[in-house]
Structures are given as structure tokens and as C-alpha cells.
Design a protein around this ligand. Structure first.
Ligand code: ADP
Length: 254
């Protein structure tokens, strides 16, 4: 079923909490707003946050004759979502599985979801380079249309972890589309001035050193934080924000 998908985009980060799910969901929503048909697959089995961010927590996936039918955001069926969160009874349920069970669930996610005529499949992964990633890489490297976006924050400690992600992608033969730096400075909602709270430019210099495209810096913007839980696209709700410009630029360069 992945054969029909035109572009597969893995969203990876070395650490949790750097904004990987925010980037995955805003990327999916921006693509949808640009007229593409999009799939969003959340394989963060232990911390699936996509159903919450997109305000789809009450939804369930259904089994069709050819496999799982994703949950669609709207009636136009332009954005379909699949997450382990849809299979749990409650948001507080924990997935306590060892490697082999996780591996088989991810294989099912990759093989058994009916993505119909999808232009872009965005895959939100857990942080790091664990069982889930190895399974994904093993199953996806045969698809030439597959590549990864690496998300980091500007702090040196996060940048160091992205170096490991770069090594991981190179070792497993996954193309790297580019790097996004998130929480890079604070964009004041009143005057739009951006203040660099942490060090800045780390993501960009890592991209330059590693000869990887740099897709831009998303600032800390409390309004972007508030979009989580409502399933709203920054490009629509905050069209003049830096965030919206970074995602529009990203979509053009993918
Ligand atoms: P990860 O998937 O890497 O664990 P999340 O995307 O869940 O990270 O983001 C962690 C928290 O930070 C969430 O509450 C999210 O709303 C918030 N957040 C992420 N990026 C931004 C941003 N650019 N501006 C404001 N809040 C953000």
C-alpha cells in the first residue's frame, strides 16, 4: 500500500520534547492547505500525541476489506491519520511492550493501512534510534521516494543528538531531506520581534557542516502551542507568523 504513496517523509529527532510531533502535524496540515492529499502515521507507540494535537482523540480506526481505514480530519478526506492512540481505550493507557511486539505493530502500520492516492505520507517517530526506527528503516529503505526531516532545538545537547540521527540515516541508507530548528528564539505575539533565548544557529551550522539542506528556524510562539489540541494549521490561523513562513517554505522545498 506504500507503493501508491508519492513521497514518504520520516520526522526524526534525537530527543523528546523538541517539537517533533508539532512539526509533523503542522507539516501535514500545511501540505493539506496546499491542496495535497496527506497521510500522517504516528508510530510513537509509547507516547502517541498526534490524536491529541489534531483533536481526534475520540475517534477510532476501522478495519476495511483491504486493511485499516485511517481517521480522516474532514469530510474531504484530504488528511488521514493513523496512530496507536486510536487503538487504546483511554489516553492514560500505557503500551508496555517488548521489542518484538513493537516491531510487529509497526510492520502492521506500514503494511496494513489503506493510504489511498496519498501525495505525502508523514511518519512521526519516537525520539532516538530504537527498535521502532530500525523496523521503519528496514521496511522503508526500498522506497526511493522516502527520506527524513530531522528536528532539533538550538541547544548544543540537542544538536549532538541530531548528529547521531544523521549517522543513523546514513548507516541505514535513508536519504535526509533536511533539518528544522524548533523553539529557536521567542516570537512575541504582540510585536512579532524574535528574541534568542537559547543559543541560536546550531541547526543551521550543523546542516552546513553535514551538507544537508536547512529548512529554517521555528520560534517559540505561544500561539503555536495553543494550536495543539485543536488541529489547526499555523498557515491558516497565523498567516503572518514566522512559523507559517517556515512551513510554507518547507513544503515548497520537499
Ligand atoms: P516532541 O514530539 O518532540 O516530544 P511536541 O511536538 O510534543 O514534542 O512538543 C512539546 C511541547 O512543546 C508541546 O506542548 C508543544 O505544543 C510545544 N511546542 C512545540 N513547538 C513549539 C513552538 N514552536 N512554539 C511553542 N510551543 C511549541
Amino acid at each position: 500500500m506504500l507503493d501508491d504513496v508519492k513521497h514518504i517523509v520520516l520526522v526524526l529527532s534525537g530527543k523528546g520534547g523538541v517539537g517533533k510531533s508539532t512539526v509533523s502535524t503542522q507539516l501535514a496540515l500545511t501540505l493539506k492547505e496546499n491542496g495535497y492529499k496527506v497521510g500522517l502515521l504516528d508510530i510513537d507507540l509509547c507516547g502517541p500525541s498526534v490524536p491529541y494535537i489534531l483533536n481526534l482523540e475520540e475517534q477510532n480506526v476501522h478495519q476495511g476489506p483491504d486493511g485499516w481505514i485511517p481517521v480522516y480530519m474532514d469530510n474531504d478526506q484530504k488528511l488521514g491519520v493513523m496512530s496507536i492512540g486510536f487503538l487504546l481505550n483511554s489516553r492514560n493507557d500505557a503500551v508496555v511492550w517488548r521489542g518484538p511486539k513493537k516491531t510487529s505493530m509497526i510492520k502492521q502500520f506500514l503494511e496494513d493501512v489503506c493510504w489511498q492516492d496519498v501525495d505525502y505520507l508523514i511518519i512521526d517517530t519516537p525520539p532516538g534510534t530504537s527498535d521502532e526506527h530500525i523496523t521503519v528503516m528496514e521496511n522503508l529503505r526500498k522506497f526511493p521516494q522516502c527520506g527524513a526531516i530531522l528536528v532539533t532545538t538550538p541547544q548544543q545537547v540537542a544538536i549532538e543528538d541530531v548528529r547521531k540521527e544523521i549517522t543513523f540515516c546514513r548507516k541505514t541508507g535513508i536519504k535526509i531531506f533536511g533539518i528544522v530548528e524548533n523553539m529557536s528564539g521567542y516570537e512575541c505575539p504582540n510585536c512579532s520581534e524574535c528574541t534568542n533565548i537559547f543559543s541560536s544557529g546550531g541547526g543551521q551550522s550543523l546542516a552546513e557542516i553535514s551538507k544537508i539542506p536547512f529548512f529554517g528556524s521555528v520560534p517559540i510562539d505561544p500561539r503555536v502551542g495553543k494550536l495543539a489540541g485543536q488541529g489547526l494549521a499555523a498557515i491558516k490561523e497565523l498567516p503572518d507568523s514566522i512559523t507559517s513562513k517556515v512551513f510554507s517554505n518547507l513544503v515548497r522545498r520537499l
